[in-house]
Structure formats: structure tokens, C-alpha cells
Design a protein around this ligand. Structure first.
Ligand SMILES: [Zn+2]
Length: 146
């Protein structure tokens, strides 16, 4: 799928209102209520990140999007801002976590209790131990602090 297809699919699910208003997401949400876009059978992307990248620009590493309006389903780019993680894991930390993006790690945290670690491990291409460490807060500590 090309970027422009992706972008049009994204915008098709956003109800655009006034500049200062919240723009409700009409698509699916992940377990935590954040907008997501499904690409094919198993691939999902965070719609907020996508929106920000199309509408504003690239998201630097270790930055997370926040809403000025506090409405997690809001897709008005003017209501999004970037913040860096409060604590950045020391370099040289265990390698397996490097296989997951922050978004994926957040999805895995959100999926806890709904699927097994083994299923998630297969889906994300990591070991079940990596999923368990994440759930128990042994890795990705910065996500647990949120
Ligand atoms: Zn808003």
C-alpha cells in the first residue's frame, strides 16, 4: 500500500470539524481506546502516529504523542503534541526489546489478559519471555511509568 493510499484511508475515518474542535475518530480503537488502522490481517498501526506524520512531520525516537484536549480519540492535528519519555532506558539494555517499537510494546501491554504471551510472541516475532518481561515491568520500564 502506498503512502497516499494510507493517508486517504486515514482521513476517511476522521470527522473533520472546526479548527479548535476535537475531530472524532470513526475507525477502530485498540484495547486502550487509542485510534488504530488495520492494514491487512495482522498488521495494525497507531492512527495517531500516522496522522501526526502525515499532517505535521516525523516523530523523533522516544517521543510520544499527547493530546492537549485530553481526548484520546481526537484526530485534530492541532490538538497533538510531542513529549519525550521521562526516563530513557540505559543503552546496552537487553537486546530483545529492541525488536519491538514503543507502539508495539504499548499494544502488548494493552492486550494483557486478552491473549496469551505465546500468541503475542508469535504475532510480534519475539520470544514469550520478552512478552512476560514486558508485562512484569522488567523491560520497557518507561511505559510502565505512564
Ligand atoms: Zn481534541
Amino acid at each position: 500500500m502506498s503512502d497516499s493510499d494510507l493517508e486517504s484511508r486515514l482521513w476517511a475515518r476522521i470527522e473533520q470539524r472546526g479548527d479548535d474542535e476535537c475531530w472524532p475518530w470513526q475507525g477502530a480503537a485498540n484495547a486502550r481506546g487509542y485510534p488504530k488502522l488495520t492494514l491487512g490481517q495482522r498488521r495494525e498501526v497507531g492512527a495517531l502516529r500516522l496522522l501526526y506524520e502525515f499532517a505535521v512531520g516525523e516523530i523523533p525516537e522516544r517521543h510520544w504523542l499527547h493530546h492537549t484536549c485530553g481526548n484520546m480519540g481526537c484526530m485534530n492535528p492541532a490538538h497533538l503534541y510531542l513529549r519525550s519519555y521521562k526516563s530513557i532506558p540505559a543503552s546496552g539494555e537487553a537486546a530483545p526489546r529492541a525488536k519491538l517499537t514503543d507502539d508495539q510494546a504499548r499494544e502488548i501491554l494493552a492486550a494483557r489478559g486478552t491473549v496469551t504471551a505465546r500468541e503475542l510472541a508469535a504475532r510480534y516475532g519475539v520470544s514469550p519471555g520478552t512478552i512476560g518481561d514486558l508485562w512484569r515491568g522488567r523491560s520497557w520500564k518507561h511505559l510502565h511509568e505512564k
